[in-house]
Design a protein around this ligand. Structure first.
Ligand code: TYM
Length: 361
């Protein structure tokens, strides 16, 4: 093969409520991509269990994330939608990557440090190895593009490091088996033929890092104890309006230029949210609202948020009421996903030197 076929892969954890950050930073961006390249969107339930999950709640949340993909406009006829645990190749490749990635690489992961907190000795081994499973998710499809929020950047770099080390460690074997793809940019560190692509993170637009509505220095997150810190995708119009009204701001009017948002974290965040919801840029938002007080900007933001989110939240509610229909989407998606990942794992087993007697190889 002379080039990797372009393919998108991304995932969302079925833990807690989906919020505006997940939507603007990731899910909303899945929709246009499905028309540009083959796309695979996963509900990563195996990642969820790196911390304790109540089983009934995990099932509910898995179907809710699936509903959110659909309600946002991901078309299950075009894109593949499935839950990770149903395609066993993810777990298998993750194990192999446990043997490729180095302890030192994983120790540097800031998200592990944040999630494990002070008591890292008591964190699950899975939480530590989490990024290896994420690399397996992406590379089991030899995906080339990964739309995510800014907080996943370090995990994507690790994915590239794993792909690169595998390609290097097994360079000769990949050529010998005729499984290589021509490397467009060979270097002393990167051989002429590759098995895995080095996937590109797609982190762009005004919403790569939506911050808490209560504290502009903290990321909007499912785990924040204050529900006022985030807009959940299942909030009703009244709740959305209340949360925006209570959002922390400073006493000054909005600036007319993006420069003026520097050191004004909360203002920057609200303008970014407006821009992302309206599909414009912060500069354009400030052209319209520069010089105005938050007392005028917040109601406009609230109206826009309700206008954009209410149809979707209604659709999520409608979809989760019919779990059989959601499960049919997940079943079909898992079958199509497995059809891509299974041959990749056959290749990878052969590359490692596992005897595939069961398959006559
Ligand atoms: P998760 O479930 O924490 O978040 C899902 C997506 O939402 C983005 N996101 C945000 N974007 C902007 N502002 C925020 N405040 C915000 N909070 C979350 C995340 O960046 C992510 O894109 N490890 C991943 C899931 C995963 C994955 C993958 C992603 C597993 N395997 C393979 C891509 C490819 C995670 O925990 O996302």
């Amino acid at each position: 093969m002379t080039a990797f076929e372009p393919r998108v892969f991304s995932g969302v954890q079925p833990t807690g409520n989906l919020h505006l950050g997940n939507y603007l930073g990731a899910v909303s961006r899945f929709v246009p991509l499905q028309d540009q390249m083959p796309s695979v969107y996963c509900v990563v339930d195996l990642h969820a269990i790196t911390v304790w999950q109540d089983p009934a709640e995990l099932m509910r949340a898995t179907r809710e994330v699936t509903a959110a993909y659909l309600a946002a406009g991901v078309d299950p006829k075009k894109a593949i939608i499935f839950n990770q645990s149903q395609v066993k190749e993810h777990s298998e490749l993750a194990w192999m990557f446990n043997c490729i990635a180095r302890m030192g690489w994983l120790r540097r992961m800031t998200q592990f440090k944040e999630k494990a907190g002070k008591n890292a000795e008591n964190a699950s081994v899975g939480l530590f190895a989490y990024p290896n499973l994420m690399a397996a998710d992406i590379l089991a499809y030899r995906a080339t593009h990964v739309p995510v929020g800014d907080d996943q950047k370090q995990h994507l770099e690790l994915t590239r490091d794993i792909a690169q080390k595998f390609n290097n460690d097994y360079a000769e074997r990949i050529v010998e088996l005729g499984l290589g793809v021509t490397n467009p940019e060979p270097t002393p560190e990167s051989p002429a033929e590759l098995y895995f692509p080095l996937p590109e993170p797609l982190i762009a637009g005004p919403a790569t890092r939506i911050m808490s509505l209560r504290d502009g220095s903290k990321k909007m997150s499912k785990s924040d104890p204050s529900d006022l810190s985030r807009i959940n995708l299942n909030d009703d119009a009244e709740t959305i309006a209340k949360k925006i009204k209570k959002a922390k701001t400073d006493p000054d009017a909005l600036p007319s230029e993006v420069e003026g948002l520097k050191d004004r974290l909360e203002a920057d965040n609200l303008v970014g949210i407006y821009a992302a919801l309206a599909g414009t840029t912060k500069a354009d938002v400030l052209k319209e609202y520069g010089g105005q007080q938050f007392s005028a900007f917040k109601p406009a933001l609230s109206d826009l948020a309700v206008e954009k989110l209410a149809p979707m939240t209604g659709e999520i509610r409608r979809l989760v009421a019919d779990p059989t229909a959601i499960d049919a989407v997940l079943k079909d998606g898992a079958e199509r996903a497995a059809a891509i990942a299974e041959p990749v794992l056959h290749d990878v087993r052969r590359i490692f030197g596992f005897v595939e007697a069961r398959f006559g190889r």
